[in-house]
Design a protein around this ligand. Structure first.
Ligand code: ADP
Length: 469
């Protein structure tokens, strides 16, 4: 509803809640927020008026204003709990807002007119300015409910005109008298107040529509993302089974278990097996990512020895490392530490750090898995002497589907998902993952966890703690 539409709208429309739920809530929220600011202004005005005018009439008028504020306060606490759904409650709130506005605007107007009546001479500067401030305050903060704003400004308008006409009626001055000048100035100020009210209302409506548009776009983007996620999950699931059987068959052929493989076929079968494994890795990464995002990845936490974790990880990657001509060494900690962790997932993190270290090292190099314990923390690091990572690449390293060097000349494969998944897993363990690196010298990726205090059993025992990401 625009300013003019609101002016001529039927009372039925005024009290219709449909489509105005958010505006009513905004109005109430702002009114609650400003309640103490209003009290401070009213009290200051009352003290000032009581000093210069008849104190008993000022106290009476102020009591009326305070009464209207108490009504507002009570309405504010009731309406703050309205969820916007129950229309009957919404209508009751609208009625109460209207009645409160009527009472409050009348109280403030009587307060100002009372002062003006007591002033026998002078330009009624104080009461007019008080009314002016109250009107600007309303224009600024009541623009959500245009009908309510009009009601308030209408009552203030009557008060403005009453004050302006007071001296005209008292003195019936000649048209050239400054009393008429003051009267016309009041009319001008009234026009100005209408103008800024319209501007504030337009501003609010624009912000409101913008917010609605953003909300709609957000809902659309969310729906599209959900469809994409479901599609990706379905495709990954459907690919997993045939891929497993393809890899299994290729391994059988490669191992000569289905008969001798002719030499001219061997390279092609090796390439097919390698690519099928890469595809399977990607599918596993995608499935893991979906699981973590959906909060479905279950972490079965047990006390784990960090030294054992490092040895197991180094042993399980040894075959892969020898393909690249890399040696994996371990540098364990004399004071072993226990952490609460999901063994399978932590091995996955270690494997990722190790396979990266191997991939990005030169043939004949060494990769070291080091365990350190300091105070309440324990750290497992993977050092390599490979190509290193340039400064400012942290987002690419830990980002999703991002790689530091994703150019065509890149020698090693990868999905750009491994470290992103590792980070999510480590964070679910309450730990941190990070790296230091120097270009051309090498990199150190490390994970850090809180140590378990006490002599809990290692993960040969029963479940220690389960949690779902
Ligand atoms: P990818 O599957 O590509 O290895 P990751 O998420 O595991 O994906 O790693 C992201 C990127 O971080 C890698 O593509 C590489 O550019 C960089 N990176 C990770 N580890 C190392 C390392 N040890 N040395 C150099 N670069 C690394």
């Amino acid at each position: 509803m625009t300013f003019l539409q609101a002016l001529f709208a039927s009372p039925r429309r005024w009290f219709s809640v449909h489509g105005r739920e958010q505006k009513i809530k905004d109005y109430i929220a702002l009114s609650n927020q400003l309640i103490w600011k209003r009290q401070a202004s009213f009290l200051a005005a009352a003290i000032l008026a009581a000093f210069y005018f008849d104190p008993s009439s000022v106290v009476l008028c102020y009591a009326f204003v305070v009464f209207s504020e108490i009504l507002d306060l009570r309405l504010g606490s009731v309406a703050a709990n309205w969820d916007g759904r129950n229309r009957a409650v919404g209508r009751a709130i609208l009625w109460r807002i209207t009645i409160n506005t009527l009472i409050s605007a009348t109280a403030i107007s009587i307060f100002s007119v009372n002062m003006a009546i007591q002033q026998t001479s002078g330009g009624h500067f104080t009461p007019l300015f008080l009314l002016f401030s109250a009107s600007v305050f309303a224009a600024m903060h009541n623009s959500q409910m245009i009908g309510i704003l009009l009601l308030r400004l209408g009552i203030y308008g009557i008060a403005f005109l009453t004050i302006a006409l007071l001296d005209v009626m008292r003195e019936l001055p000649a048209f050239s008298s400054p009393i008429w000048l003051e009267f016309f100035t009041v009319i001008f100020v009234l026009y100005f107040l209408c103008d800024i009210s319209i501007k504030f209302n337009q501003g609010y409506r624009e912000r409101y529509q913008q917010l609605r548009r953003i909300e709609q776009e957000h809902a659309r983007a969310k729906a599209a993302l959900e469809i994409k996620t479901r599609f990706l999950a379905t495709v990954s699931h459907e690919l997993r089974t045939p891929l497993t059987s393809i890899i299994g068959s290729l391994e059988l052929i490669n191992g000569n278990r289905l008969g001798a493989v002719p030499d001219n076929l061997k390279p092609a079968i090796t390439i097919a097996a390698r690519n099928a494994r890469r595809l399977a890795d990607l599918v596993e990464d995608l499935l893991d990512m979906q699981k973590i995002e959906a909060g479905e990845m279950v972490f079965d936490l047990h006390p784990i020895s960090v030294n054992t974790l490092a040895i197991e990880a180094a042993e399980s990657i040894a075959g892969y490392a020898s393909n690249f001509g890399i040696v994996v060494e371990t540098d364990l900690c004399a004071q072993d530490a226990l952490i609460a962790g999901d063994r399978k997932r932590l091995i996955q993190v270690m494997n990722n750090m190790l396979s990266n270290a191997i991939k990005f090292s030169e043939k004949g190099g060494t990769v070291t898995v080091q365990v350190e314990t300091f105070g309440q923390r324990t750290r497992v690091s993977v050092h390599d002497h490979g190509q290193g990572i340039p400064d400012g690449a942290r987002e690419s390293v830990f980002g999703r589907f991002t790689q530091v060097d994703s150019s065509d000349i890149r020698k090693v494969g990868g999905t750009g998902l491994g470290l992103n998944i590792s980070k999510l897993i480590v964070e679910q363990h309450g730990g941190l993952i990070d790296y230091t690196s120097e270009l051309g010298v090498g990199s150190t990726f490390f994970v850090e966890f809180d140590r378990l205090i006490g002599d809990a059993d290692t993960d040969d025992g029963g479940p220690y703690l389960s949690q779902v990401a």
